[in-house]
Design a protein around this ligand. Structure first.
Ligand code: THU
Length: 164
């Protein structure tokens, strides 16, 4: 396995690349995402909006779907992390629908979100429920990080479908 730090940087760069492909004519909020796996694979996604707004696909779910489609079940290794990039001044956490997808595939994975380039490395309060997550403000763009399971406690999972 590659060094976790370099996989994160690789995934963030890949997510930036995917963000450039975002189809966001309605919100103009462009999102790129990438996941990385234990065996060093990186898959990307971007948001794809629909004129029927509710049908919009988020970048995180697009990345996960790309991975699932490309890698046969017997070849899959653990998903270790997700990188999310936007142009917002503060890092944006995954939405509720994406949290559900993420927890079903990778409850222990790290999620790192990077905002737009602040330019001066200033600290930005990511806000959100439960207080601000720890931030790495040494980079030019503000980052926040979480563990998937902390983003969706008591999640509904496949084993909840057991009706006996
Ligand atoms: N979006 C994502 O791609 N991921 C998220 O987790 C939050 C929201 C997209 C959906 C929509 O195209 C735009 O951002 C504004 O909500």
């Amino acid at each position: 396995m590659d060094d976790p730090g370099s996989m994160l940087e690789r995934a963030l760069a890949a997510a930036r690349g995917a963000q450039a492909h975002a189809h966001a004519p309605y919100s103009r909020f462009r999102v790129g995402a990438a996941l990385w796996t234990e065996d060093g694979r990186v898959y990307v996604g971007c948001n794809v909006e629909s004129a029927s707004f509710g049908l919009t696909l988020c970048a995180e779910r697009a990345a996960l779907a790309a991975y699932v489609a490309d890698v046969a079940p017997e070849d899959r290794t653990a998903i270790l992390g997700f990188a999310i990039v936007t142009d917002a001044s503060k890092p944006t956490p995954p939405c509720g629908a994406c949290r559900q997808w993420l927890v079903e595939w990778a409850p222990d994975a790290i999620v790192v979100a990077e905002g737009g380039l602040a330019g001066d490395g200033r600290e930005v309060d990511a806000g959100g429920g439960g207080g601000s997550p720890p931030q790495d403000t040494s980079a030019a763009a503000p980052r926040s990080r979480w563990i998937v399971r902390d983003l969706i406690p008591d999640a509904f999972r496949g084993d909840d479908l057991d009706v006996g």
